[in-house]
Design a protein around this ligand. Structure first.
Ligand code: ASP
Length: 439
């Protein structure tokens, strides 16, 4: 059974942070920041009106981008503890070890496979359409300026068995320090499962610590978010001044790639729900449309979770013990929309910054992005913060995020809708499978 107390405390604290963000109409301010940043870039850029000397403009751009750089550093500061706490807490509150074994044996591989498919679709679309190659101007100055903090790192040259061994975090602290997402996610899963299988009173302090970590990290993110409109403005001016106007076309292509990928995933869900869950597409969509609308407007799978559970039970007739296990676990680890978006964004920025990834590096990017999407908490705008850690692993300056940040809210709304649709698809498939095998 669920652990209702822990679950509701966690939900309450999360929804407070989410509610505050939504109430401030932050997304509208961020969009305004993007528009003003674009216009200012137009006035200052050497390719635009060029009102000032080139050197003066570059120096001014660095200052204007300062809130953006501070904003990114604040996000990076909390993302690792946030991921560890979210995963461990997600497993801990998912039920009993028995339930984890019986249902987890089906649903966890299902979630992992669908995540790989989603990320694979994202990589394929971006490699075929190449949205980042629509930028013609030299980006050397930008890359040099943006990498000043960390330098370019690429994946290590390891053999496949070495890479497999390398997945186990022999030193968890070191993995966290190096922002090695896959190791961090795997370590957090070990911790969560261990805490679930030991006596409850011993695990309790750990659960409280994770709850504190998650809520405190969300609080710091909400402070950073107050800077977001200025951050977007400054980073946009900086990008326009250094990259020129092609960047706007590239952003349009990038958004197109993300949206195309999300539509393909939706098609696959409808197919899966029809074939394996015996729900005709229109009937399925009608049953879940309220959940989708709420996900679209709040950009938070966590906020929508209670409604998802209700829709699964009342509209789709899924049994309680299945919906109350699958939806919370799915909300935590099943983020196909986010995974696809992170893959598109990572490859798009690689194309912009002319980082060439070999085939092995692409496979590693696939695994890292799946791990990162699993670790992304189900709250607004966090997908992009987690993306920053993926980027530093593949040699793209995390500040490159400034380029895509302005349009992130609208993409967040769309990917969250797909994330919750994925959970509801999983629940109908699981329901059929359980009834067939265990009824
Ligand atoms: N907003 C997404 C969700 O809650 C997570 C993200 O991609 O930022 O599902």
């Amino acid at each position: 059974m669920l652990a209702p107390m822990a679950f509701s405390r966690r939900e309450q604290s999360l929804s407070q942070s989410i509610g505050a963000l939504i109430a401030q109409h932050l997304w509208a301010k961020i969009l305004l920041g993007m528009v003003l940043g674009t216009l200012t870039g137009l006035v200052l850029s050497p390719g635009g009106l060029a009102l000032l000397e080139n050197d003066t403009v570059l120096m001014a751009a660095e200052w204007i981008a300062l809130p953006g750089v501070i904003f990114l550093e604040m996000l990076k500061m909390v993302v690792i503890p946030l991921i560890i706490c979210s995963i461990a807490l997600g497993i801990l509150t998912s039920g009993s070890p028995h339930q984890l074994k019986r249902m987890g044996a089906f649903i966890v591989p299902y979630f992992i496979i669908t995540s790989f498919v989603a990320v694979g679709i994202g990589l394929a679309i971006t490699l075929i359409i190449q949205p980042g190659h629509t930028v013609g101007t030299s980006i050397d100055t930008l890359a040099a300026a943006m990498t000043a903090d960390g330098g370019i790192k690429t994946f290590d040259d390891l053999t496949v068995p070495q890479r497999i061994v390398n997945l186990i975090p022999s030193n968890f602290v070191e993995a966290a320090m190096q922002t090695d997402m896959l190791k961090v996610v795997i370590g957090a899963i070990f911790l969560g499962v261990a805490a679930l299988t030991i006596p409850r009173e011993i695990a309790k302090p750990f659960e409280d610590l994770c709850l504190f970590g998650q809520v405190a990290a969300m609080k710091i993110i909400s402070w950073a978010m107050a800077l977001a409109p200025y951050a977007v403005f400054g980073l946009m001016v900086d990008a326009m001044v250094r990259l020129g106007f092609d960047i706007l076309t590239a952003i349009g292509w990038y958004m197109g790639c993300v949206l195309l990928g999300l539509v393909i995933i939706l098609g696959l869900y409808l197919f899966g729900a029809a074939v394996f869950g015996h729900r005709p597409p229109f009937e399925f969509l009608r049953a879940i449309r309220d959940v989708q609308l709420l996900a679209f407007s709040t950009s938070s799978s966590a906020a929508v979770m209670p409604l998802s559970i209700r829709a699964a039970e009342e509209n789709l007739g899924v049994s309680e013990d299945i919906s109350r296990f699958v939806i919370p676990v799915g909300t935590t680890i099943n983020m196909d929309g986010t995974g696809l978006y992170q893959a598109v964004a990572a490859v798009f920025l690689c194309q912009i910054f002319k980082v060439d990834l070999s085939f092995t590096e692409m496979i590693l990017l696939l695994c890292t992005t799946v791990g990162a999407s699993i670790g992304t908490p189900a709250t607004p705008g966090v997908g992009i913060a987690v993306l920053a850690t993926i980027l530093s692993g593949i040699g793209v300056p995390p500040a490159g995020i400034g380029i895509i940040f302005g349009v992130d809210r609208i993409l967040d709304m769309c990917r969250t809708t797909i994330n919750v649709t994925g959970d509801l698809t999983a629940v109908v498939i699981m329901d059929k499978w359980m009834k067939k095998n265990f009824a």
